[in-house]
Design a protein around this ligand. Sequence first.
Ligand code: CP
Length: 299
Amino acid sequence: LKHLLTAEALSDQEVMGLIKRAQAFKHGELPALEKQQYFVSNLFFENSTRTHKSFEVAEKKMGIDVIDFDAKTSSVSKGESLYDTVLTMSAIGAHACVIRHWEEDYYNELIESKTITTSIINGGDGSGNHPTQCLLDLLTIYEEFGHFDNLKIAICGDLTHSRVANSNMKMLKRLGATLYFCGPEEWYNKKYEAYGTFKPIDEVIGEVDVMMMLRVQHERHDDDSQFSKENYHTEFGLTETRAENMKPGAIIMHPAPVNRDVELADSLVECYQSRITQQMANGVFMRMAILEAILHGKA
Ligand code: CP
């Protein structure tokens, strides 16, 4: 694998290969990398805890040398562009750069460059794609059910601004799941009809295998006064009362960070149906699988 930019660019076979490798790492298997020094830089231009730090743990578990980078103390503060930053990382020997950036499709000019040779792993591009989150979500669902075919999954909330929703709806539909979308109509777009059906949360709560809640992305809203915290929770959130109507064996997911008592009740974040901490833990193993696939053959 040269780059990982979107999940949908992966074949089903590649997705299942990454899931199986992540599961193997979780069970203690070691990465199959050539015995040489690998350098990876994590370039985060938007804040992150899970993606940034689980990549760092994955890299350290694999014996990869992490090139420290902080946008605030780098030459980005002198006006250096993303292109020139990645050009520099490539020139000094980074085999791969994990990049999170606010600009959708930021990676196009990087992969078109003849000079930049480093691999790009997309850690999230604006409201575009979040392929590594999508893959760890697929791993979490696969661990639970052992398949994707005919699973019923509701993706609920801030669909418009969610790169997680964008990546997940495409992959889950392709892998055979039936999707429902819930949440405010303002955050629903007709283009999602290709992937699932828009329904009120109370119509799907008793039917679905997975309630996938999305963070309300305040930082991407022009006008943030549409819903109070309480109104959003009551009308569109996973309340304790709604959770009582989930079918036996159904699970709750959320990419996190969670706005507690907004997308879901505080008490549900760590409840027995929740797989939210499992998603976080799986992030390390899936990112190990991705790094192995990217770095393999670069020796
Ligand atoms: N889920 C996710 O991408 O979290 P971070 O923004 O903390 O990386």
